[in-house]
Design a binder for this molecule. Sequence first.
Ligand code: GDP
Length: 211
Amino acid sequence: MAGFAHAQFLLSVASLAQFPPDRGAEVAFAGRSNAGKSTALNAILGRRALARTSKTPGRTRLLNYFALDAERRIVDLPGYGYAKVSERERLGWEPLLARLRERSSLRGLFLIVDSRREVGPLDFALIDWADRVPVHVLLAKSDKLNRSEAARALRSAEATLEASGARPTVQLFSAVSGDGVAAAERVLREWLELLDPKKTPGTSREATGAD
Ligand code: GDP
């Protein structure tokens, strides 16, 4: 697959008025702070430093949009579960998240979970938020686990998700070893209707009357 050589930062959204036009297709990335979300995003897009990792302050507190092409976007959500994020700041995100979910261009949510942790209540809050939008969970930093630990982490996440009635798909992922990067990229391309280069996004959701 060709990578996303033209991906570029588009804009940060801090208020409802700042969302880009709701057309084409977009995919959201979310996860606890430090789960490895920015690193995963960069690895999947094949770009070294497009999304800034959490060591860099700034952009991470907003919804950050990246344009892949004229019709396709990634939206990087603020990391959650970080004690220093004020209640006020958190409340500020809620209307933005509510609006994001209403957008007909939203095709899916990647949820990044550190593979050494359980899928937790804050992760489930995002899964509930996603509602009718498909969710794909990346168990990130899998290089930190040995083979049997990784297999156990995957089984455990699958069982936890299934027991809760949630329907996300889940896979192991490591930006360091490359494990699962191609699989994640395939999911992204499928959601963005990029597997068939002649196709333009916009037909499937309209056809189901979801708009
Ligand atoms: P974010 O806060 O979720 O965006 O997390 P970052 O992408 O900034 O990653 C948090 C920390 O985990 C950084 O120190 C990364 O270098 C490290 N990290 C991220 N992905 C991986 C991975 O696949 N393997 C390993 N070993 N470390 C990772």
